[in-house]
Each structure stands twice: as structure tokens, then as C-alpha cells.
Design a protein around this ligand. Structure first.
Ligand SMILES: N[C@@H](CCC(=O)N[C@@H](CS)C(=O)NCC(=O)O)C(=O)O
Length: 266
């Protein structure tokens, strides 16, 4: 590091995430499973927006975003495609099954926002928990900003993510539909969603549903506080074979999360 500017190896991968983001968890899982070296950079919500907007150049502020030298790729399905070209072949994206895997990826990517919407409605009743999660990897000044402006951030967040009774009810319906789809898919006793091996389809479905399944392996979704205060209403699906399957995927195929601590302090 020279005067606060990070000098990174041109071939090294940096993954920009937000700690509790399930789309970030999808790419983190893929990289971990494929044993692709990377450094995670955990961003603080709100403070993440400007760097992601500038790096992504897509008019989007979302994580995950992956960087290799001057190359930036934002949006998880685009990152999957890019990794398969740059670091492939990926064992989780076998070419013969690619179309089917990508279809299922799309299907579960589409429930990311409903899942977030569904969790934040009860979650916002617990400001201390939300603030603690949001500032887990914050620098002192970031933490101060998030805590000071929390009431305003919460309002903006609620509008942007449509966290209101009507849209949450709609989200619940959509999640329920996808959980039923997954149950149906698994009803023949299959272990994996496509073929006989663990693929991007499994990673996507399991990571996008993980905040509802609260697998103990996950350092945020697996905590008692998260399970009770944010995922409380998801209890309705707790015994569903689909949610059980998510937990099994974590137990069998996830490995250690944050084996290498994310970088967050300059
Ligand atoms: N289609 C995107 C969605 C990513 C997304 O919605 N990420 C959320 C976190 S889970 C986010 O960055 N939210 C903050 C923002 O939109 O600025 C992807 O697959 O990467």
C-alpha cells in the first residue's frame, strides 16, 4: 500500500462484497468451492455505493463485483460467466449441462430481492442487530456515519427495496412458489439440482435461500439473533425439504466461510 492506494497483483482477484449479501455469498461459495484464490473486500452498506457505481460502470451500485487488474465485472451471473471464461473450465459448470444450470441460476437469482424484502421487515424492528451487522467490517468513520444516519438510511432503504406490507406479502408468495418448485425438483430423491454433481445451480439456490434456512455454517445467517429476529417469519418453511436441502448443501459442500478474513481496514 502506498499512501492509502492499494497496489494489487494484476492477476489477483478481489471480490467486493457486503457481509450479509446473499448474492455475494453465491460468488464467494463458487470461488471457495473451485479453489480459486481471491481476496475479499467487505464493504459497509451505504459507503459501498459510490465505489461500486464507479467500478461497475453499469449505473448499478450492487455487490458482488469482481476485479482483476483494471477489469471489473459486476452482477453475479455475469461474474459466473466471466469466471468460466477466465478461470474455467469450472467443475460446477459442466458444458453439457450448462443451459439447464443457467436456467436454474436465473430462477433463484430472481428471488434475491424478495428474500431481502422479507427479512428486513421484521429485521428493522431490531435496530441494534441491523447496525451491528452493517458495521461488522466498517472502518471507524464508516461506522460513525451508518450509526448517525441510520434513521435516514432506513427510510431510503425501505423505499428502495419496497419494504412495506403489500410488497412483503407479494415477496412471501414468490418465495413460497420457488420453495415449492424446489421441493418438487427434489421429490425424486435427487441430491443435486442438475445431473449428479454439485453445480452453480445448487450454489445459487442454496445461497439465495440461505438467509431463510439459517445454516449454522454461515457466520451471519447462522447466528441465533439473525434466526430469531430477521428470519423469524421464515420459520413457516423450516421443515420444508427444500430448506432442509439448503442446510445439507451447506454441511456437505460449503467448507469454511471467511477462512481468510476479508480485508476491511486500510
Ligand atoms: N443482479 C445482482 C443483484 C445484486 C444485489 O441486489 N446485491 C445487493 C446485496 S444482496 C446490493 O448490492 N444492494 C445494495 C445496492 O443495490 O446498492 C447480482 O446478481 O449480483
Amino acid at each position: 500500500m502506498i499512501k492509502g492506494i492499494r497496489v494489487s497483483d494484476q492477476n489477483g482477484l478481489t471480490l467486493f462484497t457486503i457481509n450479509m449479501s446473499h448474492y455475494s455469498e453465491k460468488i464467494r461459495w463458487l470461488l471457495d468451492y473451485e479453489k480459486i484464490e481471491y481476496q475479499e473486500e467487505a464493504l459497509t452498506p451505504v459507503v459501498h455505493a459510490l465505489p461500486m457505481l464507479l467500478k461497475g460502470k453499469r449505473n448499478q451500485t450492487t455487490v458482488p463485483l469482481i476485479q482483476q487488474g483494471s477489469k471489473h465485472v459486476q452482477d453475479s451471473p455475469r461474474i459466473v460467466d466471466w469466471l468460466s471464461m477466465e478461470r474455467g473450465p469450472l467443475k460446477t459448470l459442466p458444458s453439457g449441462l450448462r443451459d439447464e444450470i443457467i436456467d436454474i441460476q436465473q430462477r433463484f437469482d430472481a428471488i434475491g430481492k424478495p428474500v431481502a424484502r422479507y427479512l428486513y421487515l421484521p429485521g428493522f424492528a431490531h435496530p441494534a442487530l441491523i447496525k451491528n451487522i452493517w458495521t461488522q467490517f466498517a472502518k471507524p468513520w464508516e461506522s460513525a456515519i451508518v450509526r448517525l444516519f441510520y434513521p435516514i438510511i432506513k427510510v431510503v432503504f425501505k423505499v428502495k427495496l419496497k419494504i412495506n406490507a403489500k410488497d412483503v406479502a407479494r415477496a412471501e408468495k414468490k418465495i413460497d412458489q420457488e420453495i415449492k418448485w424446489l421441493e418438487q425438483r427434489l421429490s425424486d430423491g435427487r441430491q443435486y439440482l442438475v445431473g449428479d454433481r454439485f453445480t452453480v445451480a445448487d450454489i445459487t439456490a442454496a445461497s439465495l435461500l440461505a438467509p431463510l434456512a439459517c445454516p449454522p455454517e454461515h457466520p451471519i445467517y447462522g447466528t441465533k439473533d439473525f434466526r430469531e429476529k430477521m428470519a423469524g417469519p421464515a420459520e413457516q418453511w423450516a421443515n420444508s425439504p427444500a430448506i432442509e436441502w439448503v442446510r445439507t448443501m451447506y454441511t456437505q459442500n460449503r467448507g469454511k466461510i471467511w477462512a481468510k478474513t476479508p480485508r476491511f481496514i486500510n
